[in-house]
Write a protein that binds this ligand. Structure first.
Ligand code: S3P
Length: 193
């Protein structure tokens, strides 16, 4: 596995002036990799779905069931606005956040965004482990994820950084994210100078 130098971490922390936001489909590892990234960088981690649940006093599934998806998207937009205003940290989004144009605008303009790209077969395998995702409930997960990948990949592609999420250890995925983040921030530093 690639070794990340301490100097790389220090340089990232010097150059990073906004939150890091993890985007990607359900099961791509936004929470797992985001947590690891926060840990490695010594930053706080926050998960937007969890924050929505806390604010609503209900699970995401319950919100979808009782009030529908557009109500959820509205709460998601408000929670993202608050989280993005909270300074440098790692934020995991729900997979659909960037499909709401206003939420997407805030993410693209107010963070360094990282797309965790993964094969549908891997996403289906990971998401089959629990039933907390209303968009996958009662359907063929692989079919639904294939449709969502088609709709959403062109949007996720706008992220500042793309990292492949695979079956290997989360540490390895986080290491690649750290190296890409460093290159991205160094590129920005050069264009500013
Ligand atoms: C959704 C993804 C979920 C959650 C909600 C809708 C989506 O988050 O926000 O069920 O539209 O892709 P995860 O991507 O963390 O599963």
């Amino acid at each position: 596995m690639m070794v990340v130098e301490d100097e790389t971490i220090r340089r990232i922390l010097r150059n990073l002036d906004r939150p890091l936001v993890m985007v990607g489909l359900m099961g791509s590892g936004k929470t797992r990799v985001g947590r690891m990234l926060a840990d490695r960088l010594g930053l706080r981690f926050v998960d937007s779905d969890e924050e929505i649940e806390k604010a609503a006093g209900m699970t995401v599934s319950e919100i979808f069931e009782k009030f529908g998806e557009s109500y959820f998207r509205d709460g998601e937009r408000r929670v993202m606005q608050r989280l993005l205003g909270g300074g440098v940290r790692v934020i995991a989004t729900g997979g659909g956040a960037v499909m709401t144009p206003e939420t997407a605008g805030m993410i693209w303009n107010g963070s360094v965004s990282i797309w965790l790209r993964a094969d549908v077969s891997l996403l289906a395998e990971r998401t089959s482990r629990n039933n907390a995702r209303p968009l996958l409930a009662g359907g063929n997960q692989e079919e639904i994820l294939t449709d969502l990948a088609q709709q959403r990949h062109p949007v996720y592609e706008k992220a500042d950084i793309t990292v492949d999420s695979h079956r290997g250890p989360v540490e390895a995925i986080a290491n690649v994210a750290i190296e890409r983040l460093d290159s991205f921030l160094r590129g920005r530093e050069n264009t500013r100078a």
